[in-house]
Design a protein around this ligand. Structure first.
Ligand code: CP3
Length: 403
């Protein structure tokens, strides 16, 4: 499936951005940077906007979701927006009873931990999402409309409300779409809520492999369609969050989880954009020749040091690394040709600036071994983070990451 000519990748607005180039393995004028959970409680403007609105209601309000997505792009001048939503939104959209409790996370009215409960879920056709995901499409469209407009009008690079600048080519800031990986969603579904060790999921995969497979296939299609919706609506990259995969052994990950994650990604792998080569390559005059490229995909999990190679092996462009494994070590594990994203310990954001600055420079130094590096945290921004520190980190990465 070829993305529409108006898609920011097809139109060229984001296809040469620092972020998209890095996900393709190319370095540009400097290292791109964004932060997981950049949209959210660290920002006073977010807290103001959210007063009186429940989390999932905010996700399904296109104007609010779009505004929240844009807030950190305006404020920090990061190289990407990450769509404001949640990994459980597709479940909500097909009628699963779920809410997000502040300070706790997603909570279901029951746990889906045996074959009978799983059968209740799989009785729902995941394709139903395509009829109920209108608010997602609209929120993405509103978001990229603003990101694109600022780029097209140009000259606003230095305006304080600028959200569109990013690349050296006057392009627009790309939007990253995301979805939860099947295992991470199954970890919440089987337990009925957040858990530490994800015991219910790990038990079900061995106690009833048939029910487990059915749950994973269903979840893969649902979350894959959620990701596809965002890309079709205008997202320029896609990140699959398998946040809790680190709870698994390598053998269990490969046998019981990786195939479902690959299936989820199959819903975006067939999406391509047509672009024209800017420069002749290999001496041949390829200028102006149209080529098709896949939408870049990133795969991230927490505590996944043992799984990095397997996670990179399911067909992704870039591997996201948490703060436990230095990027040069991660590069040796996933393979020298693979771009990396990460991995400043979020705890350092609360350290004195000289300590934080040294840590940022160290992440950049180690990330230099990969073909390309997207600076990020090793997990999400803590809610109590001083947002001015994040802005300062962006400035430092852009200055110190310049080749
Ligand atoms: O900037 C961003 O990263 C934007 C959007 C985003 C949210 N959730 C918003 C959110 C993303 C990418 C997610 C994904 C998500 N949600 C993951 C994968 C990423 C990760 O952190 O590992 C997971 C595991 C969830 C499930 C979830 N939702 C949790 C654990 C929580 C935190 C509960 C809490 O209050 O501490 C949520 C709620 C949530 N998702 C919030 C936000 C901004 C907080 C809700 C609030 O503001 O009250």
């Amino acid at each position: 499936v070829i993305l529409s000519p108006q898609h920011p990748l097809s139109s060229g607005l984001t296809s040469d951005s620092r972020l998209v180039r890095a996900y393709r393995g190319e370095r540009s004028d400097t290292t791109p940077v964004w932060f997981m959970r950049q949209a959210g409680r660290s920002l006073p403007e977010y807290r103001d906007l959210r007063v009186g609105t429940r989390m999932l209601d905010a996700c399904l309000d296109p104007a609010m979701a779009s505004e929240i997505t844009l807030q950190p792009v305006r404020r920090h001048k990061v190289d990407a927006g990450i769509f404001f939503s949640d990994i459980v939104v597709p479940l909500k959209l097909v009628g699963v009873d779920v809410e997000i409790q502040p300070g706790r996370g997603p909570v279901f009215s029951k746990g889906y931990a045996d074959a009978a409960a799983v059968a209740e879920l799989t009785a729902i056709d995941p394709a139903h999402l395509d009829e109920t995901s209108g608010p997602i499409t609209e929120a993405v469209q509103r978001t990229i409309a603003e990101l694109n407009t600022t780029a097209e009008t140009g000259g606003s690079r230095d305006a304080s409300d600028s959200v569109g600048r990013s690349s050296t080519h006057g392009g627009a800031t790309p939007l990253i779409g995301f979805a939860g990986a099947p295992f991470t969603l199954a970890a919440y579904l089987t337990e009925g809520g957040p858990s530490k060790d994800h015991l219910a999921a790990r038990t079900l995969m061995h106690a009833d492999p048939g029910a487990w497979r059915a749950l994973m296939e269903w979840t893969a299609e649902l979350t894959g369609r959620f990701l596809r919706t965002q890309v079709l609506a205008g997202a320029s990259a896609a990140q699959l969050f398998d946040s809790w995969a680190g709870a698994l052994s390598l053998a269990d990950y490969e046998a019981h989880v990786a195939p479902a994650s690959a299936r989820a990604l199959s819903f975006v792998h067939d999406l391509e954009y047509e672009t024209t080569l800017r420069e002749p390559q290999d001496g041949a005059d390829a200028s102006g020749a149209a080529i098709s490229r896949a939408v870049p995909v990133v795969h991230f999990g927490v505590g996944t040091g043992e799984l990095l190679a397997a996670m990179g092996g399911i067909g992704v462009d870039t591997v996201g690394v948490d703060y436990r494994v230095p990027l040069d070590v991660a590069s040796a594990r996933v393979g020298a040709g693979v771009p990396l994203q990460g991995n400043l310990d979020p705890a350092l954001l609360a350290a004195p600036w000289p300590v934080l600055e040294a840590a940022v420079r160290e992440v950049l130094r180690r990330g230099a071994v990969a073909p390309a590096h997207v600076f990020n945290l090793g997990h999400g921004v803590p809610p109590e983070t001083d947002p001015t520190v994040l802005t300062r980190v962006v400035e430092l990465v852009h200055e110190a990451g310049a080749a």
